[in-house]
Design a protein. Structure first.
Length: 435
């Protein structure tokens, strides 16, 4: 009977990695003439890759202290269901991807059952909750990290850690052309596109999207300067996001009006694959409520959005790394409950919030967090990134460095890449190599 492998991921980025890990494990097991059964926590992509989803990841995607407390009964029920499946199936190895609030508790149960645990995508213990390092030492057999500064941090704490590179750094740029993307989603390829990425969790979308849409309305409809809603171009750049066609149409020839309308921006809002139908309907309602009159297009490809957008407004998280690797200028935004923020402010000990800024070691992209996250501040920060000029060029140069910092060269005998390395270590823990 083929061995069983537990793979658990709790949100969109981890779920994406989980699907890739399943594919890599299948490929490497096939080289040994073997196969495996996969079960655990995941979403649609992991299910399509072959995971028996005991718990759906979209049911567990909650963030922030007060948010977790509100959903605790449901989360605990799903957690017990997952633990029961582990006791029944007794996997040969467990691969836990990020999501520490659940996975540290799960690692304790796995350790008690004698099941080796591989943790991929480190929780940010270097930023806060450093006391949890004792849980890593006790319950995690291998820690595979995706940021270069994490390996020395863990090794200094006595943890067997390895920097394997970031999976997103290994991906080629999206192959879909601008024309193809426009045709698929009803966009006008002649217009300026601006990406709106409010996160993947329903709660953070509800918290962030209204303000992002308010900023989009200001960006599309008027300038902060008096009289600018008549006709404002950006200092000779040819980009005119604040023009009001209704007010200027009478003064323009048909060809000039068509040019003006082509410069009126469109906004692209990717929907996370972990959102269910009800949650996607909620996003549509938010767009209808806060983005009335805007040209907002809901799409299903965040990477293509970042590839083709002129600039983007991005919620703090994995999408900021995607934006950096693709080279899309962006502004980082985020807001949590006042209680969560008050606690985090006391315990988080890092100079930046955005991972991109932490990797480079300086403020590369603007961070608008909590009270700084307003429509007015978003406009102030994103406006200078839209025209060609020194600020846009400087940010794109800094972003170009990110890819080299997040990749590793394959060691001798390895197939190369972060996901392949995760699969290799999993097989080592299963002792497949010795067969």
């Amino acid at each position: 009977m083929p061995p069983t492998i537990l793979i658990s991921a709790g949100e969109a980025s981890g779920e994406h990695y989980g699907a890739l890990v399943i594919a890599a494990l299948k490929k490497q097991l096939a080289a040994f003439g073997q196969s495996a059964q996969f079960f655990g926590m995941g979403g649609e992509r992991m299910a399509e890759a072959g995971l028996d989803c005991i718990v759906r990841s979209e049911e567990m995607a909650v963030m922030g202290l007060t948010e977790v407390v509100r959903h605790l009964p449901r989360i605990y029920g799903e957690f017990r269901k997952l633990k029961k499946s582990i006791r029944v199936r007794r996997p040969s190895v467990a691969i836990l991807i990020d999501f520490p609030e659940i996975h540290f508790r799960l690692a304790k149960e796995l350790h008690r059952l004698g099941i080796p645990v591989l943790y991929f995508v480190s929780p940010q213990l270097w930023a806060w909750k450093k006391h949890r390092i004792k849980l890593v030492r006790k319950y995690i057999d291998r820690m595979l990290v995706i940021f270069p500064f994490e390996e020395p941090f863990y090794r200094e704490q006595g943890v067997q850690a390895e920097f394997v590179g970031h999976p997103l750094a290994e991906l080629p740029l999206p192959a879909v052309s601008r024309a193809q993307f426009a045709a698929e989603y009803g966009l006008n390829p002649a217009k300026t596109w601006i990406g709106l990425l409010p996160g993947s969790r329903p709660r953070e979308i509800r918290d962030l999207l209204p303000t992002i849409l308010q900023a989009a309305r200001k960006l599309a409809a008027h300038s902060a300067e008096p009289g600018a809603d008549e006709c404002v171009s950006m200092k000779g750049t040819g980009f005119s996001p604040y023009i009001n066609p209704a007010k200027t149409a009478g003064a323009l020839a048909p060809e000039e009006l068509r040019l003006l309308e082509s410069e009126f921006p469109q906004f692209i809002l990717p929907l996370a694959p972990t959102l269910n139908d009800k949650q996607r309907d909620e996003v549509r309602q938010l767009v209808k409520l806060y983005g009335s009159g805007l040209s907002v297009h809901l799409v299903h490809d965040a990477r293509a959005t970042l590839h083709h957008a002129r600039a983007s407004i991005v919620a703090s998280g994995t999408a900021t790394v995607e934006a950096a690797l693709i080279g899309n200028p962006f502004v980082v935004v985020y807001r949590v409950s006042p209680l969560t923020y008050a606690i985090a402010k006391r315990v988080v000990k890092v100079p930046h919030v955005a991972m991109v800024n932490l990797i480079v070691g300086k403020r590369v992209v603007p961070e608008l967090i909590q009270s700084d996250f307003t429509a007015e501040y978003i406009i102030r920060e994103i406006e200078p990134l839209l025209p060609d000029g020194p600020l846009r060029h400087s940010m794109m140069q800094d972003l170009a460095r990110i890819r080299s910092l997040l990749t590793t060269r394959p060691k001798s005998g390895e197939t190369g890449g972060a996901i392949a390395r995760v699969a290799e270590v999993a097989l080592e823990l299963m002792k497949i190599r010795s067969l």
